[in-house]
Design a protein around this ligand. Structure first.
Ligand code: NA7
Length: 538
C-alpha cells in the first residue's frame, strides 16, 4: 500500500485494467514504442472480466481457436486449447501464460483500483488517483476496463436482512461456493444464468430459477479438442487469424449468403436442424437476413421455441421458457450445455417473475407476488452496468474540470469508441461506439490497441503532444452508431444491456457499433490515412 505523502509518479502512459485489452496495450506501448508505462489493475491477477467471473459453468462462447491473441504467430503455435470453448480456468491459464511470456507482470500493479483521473490542461497531463491514495502524472491515459465489469445487483428490498449467503456471478468468491445440500435461488436468465443453472443443479439440493424475460439459447456442443484439430489449428493459425479479420463479428465463420425469406420451409428446417446439431453462435450465421428482417428472424425464433417445447417435459414450464418477447439474437444470444434439459430435473423449479414480480427478499428467501421461496443461497446472475458503468465509476474529468458522467448524462458520446471530445489523450479500448461486445472481443481489442499505439507513435514522430476528438466528429459518429443499429433488429430487444435498459435510470441509447468489425477497421484505417481525420492533433 502506498504512502499517502509519496510524490506522484510520472509516466508516459498509464493503462487501467489488465484483461485482454490492458495486457496487449501494455505490450504495444512498452515493448514496441519504448514508453514508460504501467498498468493498474483492481484484481490480484491478470484476466479482467475473466478474473472476476468465476461462477459455475463460466465459459467463453467464442470457439477457442478464435479466442486468443493473434499478434504473434509463435504464440499461437505454442499454446494449445483443450476444449471447443475455453472455460474460465483455462482462459486464466492462457492469460497468465501470455503475461509471463512477455514479462508483463513487472509493469502491472495489482490490487489497485483507479478512483479518479483529472486532466490538467496547462501541463497537458492526466492526474490519476488510486483508492490507496497513490497518484500518477501521465501524458496518455488508456482505459482497458472491459465492457462487462461493473456488476449489477438489483435494488430489491430486504437483501440486507437475508440470513443466507448471496453472490453476484461477476464477483464470485475465489474459493468457490459449495451448493451441496443447499436450497439455491438464482435470479437472471441471460448468458450467465443459462451457463450456471445446469452446474448449480448438479450439487444443490434444490435450484429455483427466477426468470423475468424468457431467453433463447442454442446448444454449445462443447467437447474436448482432438489431437487432429489441435494440429489443424497449429498448421493454420495464420489462416484462422485472417478469417477472423474478414468476418462481420470477428469469428472464424462467415455469415451465409442465403436468405431465410427465400428458402423453402423444408430446406430452412434442415438448415436449422444442422445448425442446432453443430451448436454455437454459428446458428446466427446460417442466413444473411436473420438480423435484418423480422420475417426471417421469426423463422429462427420459432424453430428454437419449438426445440424448447420438445426438450422441456412439463408443458407449463416449457410455455414459460418459450414465451420470448424479442427477436432471436436481438439480445446477446446465449449458448448452453443442457440448460433447457435442467428443467426436467426433480430438483429444479422455474418461477415466472414477469407474471408475479419479486417483491422482496425476506430473511429466509424470496417473496414474489404469488408466493414465498425458502432459500439458503441467492445467486444474482443479473448482469452488468455494461460499457459505460466501468468508466463512470471512476471520477474522470477532462478540460475545464468537466466530468465524463455529465458529458454522458444523455448517453455515451464517443468518436470511434476511442475518444471523447474534451478529454485529450484519453483513449477508451472497446468503449461505447466501438464494435466491442458485438464482436469476438480479442479481435476488437487487438485492433484498438494497435490503432492507439500507432496514434501515439505518430504523435511522437511528429513532435505532437495532444490528440483529441472533435465534437462534430463525435456527434457524427454517434449518429452513425444509431443509424447502423437502426438497420438491424438489435434495438427491438427493449430490455437489453446493449441499450442500457437493464439499469434503472440509465439513458437508453444503443451503445455498440453494429456495422461490423470489417467496416469499423476500414473506417479507423481511413481516419488514420487522412491524418487522423476528426481528431485535433496539437
Ligand atoms: P444479462 O444478459 O444482462 O442478464 C441478466 C439477467 O438478469 C436477465 O435475465 C435479467 O432479466 C435478469 N434480471 C436483472 N435484474 C433483475 C431483477 N431485478 N429481477 C429479475 N431479473 C432480473 O447478464 P449476463 O451476466 O447473463 O450476461 C452478460 C453478458 O456476459 C452476456 O450477454 C455475454 O456477453 C457475456 P431481464 O432480461 O432484464 O428481464
Amino acid at each position: 500500500m502506498a504512502d499517502h505523502a509519496s510524490p506522484s509518479q510520472e509516466l508516459d502512459a498509464l493503462i487501467v485494467g489488465a484483461g485482454f485489452a490492458g495486457m496487449y496495450q501494455l505490450l504495444c506501448l512498452r515493448d514496441r514504442l519504448g514508453l514508460r508505462v504501467k498498468t493498474l489493475e483492481a484484481g490480484s491477477g491478470v484476466g479482467g472480466t475473466w478474473y472476476w467471473n468465476r461462477y459455475p459453468g463460466a465459459r467463453c462462447d467464442t470457439e477457442s481457436h478464435a479466442y486468443w491473441y493473434t499478434f504473434d504467430p509463435s504464440l499461437m503455435r505454442d499454446w494449445e486449447w483443450t476444449e471447443r470453448y475455453p472455460g474460465q480456468p483455462e482462459i486464466m491459464r492462457y492469460l497468465n501464460f501470455v503475461a509471463d511470456r512477455f514479462d508483463l507482470k513487472r509493469d502491472i500493479q495489482f490490487d489497485t483500483r483507479v478512483t479518479a483521473a483529472h486532466y490538467d490542461e496547462a501541463a497537458n497531463r492526466w492526474h490519476v488517483t488510486t483508492e490507496h491514495g497513490e497518484t500518477y502524472t501521465v501524458k496518455y491515459l488508456i482505459t482497458a476496463v472491459g465492457c462487462l465489469s461493473t456488476a449489477n445487483v438489483p435494488n430489491i428490498p430486504g437483501l440486507d436482512g437475508f440470513k443466507g449467503d448471496w453472490y453476484h456471478t461477476g464477483q464470485w468468491p475465489h474459493g468457490g461456493v459449495d451448493f451441496t445440500g443447499k436450497r439455491v435461488g438464482m435470479i437472471g436468465t441471460g448468458s450467465t444464468g443459462i451457463q450456471a443453472a445446469p452446474v448449480i443443479a448438479e450439487t444443490a439440493e434444490h435450484l429455483t430459477v427466477f426468470q423475468r424475460t424468457a431467453n433463447y439459447s442454442v446448444p454449445a456442443r462443447n467437447k474436448p479438442l482432438t489431437p487432429e484439430f489441435k494440429q489443424y489449428v497449429k498448421d493454420n493459425a495464420e489462416e484462422i487469424r485472417q478469417a477472423t479479420h474478414e468476418t462481420l463479428n470477428g469469428h472464424q465463420f462467415k455469415i451465409d449468403t442465403k436468405l431465410a425469406t427465400e428458402t423453402s420451409p423444408e430446406e430452412r428446417r434442415k438448415i436449422y436442424e444442422a445448425a442446432w446439431e453443430r451448436g454455437g453462435l454459428q446458428f446466427r450465421a446460417v442466413f444473411q437476413d436473420m438480423m435484418a428482417s423480422v420475417e426471417a428472424n421469426s423463422t429462427a425464433a420459432e424453430f428454437i421455441k419449438g426445440k424448447i417445447r420438445e426438450i422441456v417435459k412439463d408443458p407449463k414450464t416449457a410455455a414459460i421458457l418459450s414465451d420470448i418477447d424479442h427477436p432471436y439474437a436481438a439480445k446477446r444470444p446465449p449458448i448452453d450445455s443442457d440448460y433447457f434439459e435442467t428443467f426436467n430435473r426433480d430438483n429444479v423449479t422455474l418461477v415466472d417473475v414477469k407474471a408475479a414480480p419479486i417483491q422482496e427478499i425476506t430473511p429466509t428467501g424470496i417473496r414474489t407476488a404469488e408466493g414465498s421461496y425458502d432459500l439458503d443461497i441467492i445467486v444474482f446472475a443479473t448482469g452488468f452496468d455494461a460499457m459505460t458503468g466501468p468508466m463512470l465509476r471512476m471520477d474522470i474529468r477532462g478540460r475545464d474540470d468537466v466530468a465524463l458522467k455529465d458529458v454522458w448524462e444523455g448517453g455515451p458520446l464517443n468518436y470511434l469508441g476511442l475518444q471523447v471530445a474534451g478529454f485529450p489523450n484519453l483513449f477508451t479500448i472497446t468503449g461505447p461506439g466501438s464494435p466491442s461486445v458485438l464482436c469476438n472481443m480479442p479481435v476488437a481489442i487487438e485492433q484498438h490497441a494497435e490503432w492507439i499505439a500507432d496514434a501515439i507513435a505518430h504523435m511522437r514522430a511528429n513532435g505532437l503532444e495532444r490528440i483529441e476528438a472533435k465534437p462534430e466528429a463525435m456527434e457524427k459518429w454517434v449518429a452513425e452508431v444509431n443509424a447502423v443499429a437502426g438497420k438491424t433488429l438489435l434495438p427491438m430487444a427493449k430490455h437489453s444491456w446493449y441499450l442500457g435498459a437493464n439499469i434503472p435510470g440509465k439513458p437508453q441509447v444503443f451503445m455498440p457499433y453494429a456495422g461490423g468489425m470489417v467496416r469499423y477497421r476500414e473506417i479507423c484505417e481511413d481516419v488514420k490515412a487522412r491524418g487522423y481525420e476528426g481528431f485535433v492533433l496539437a
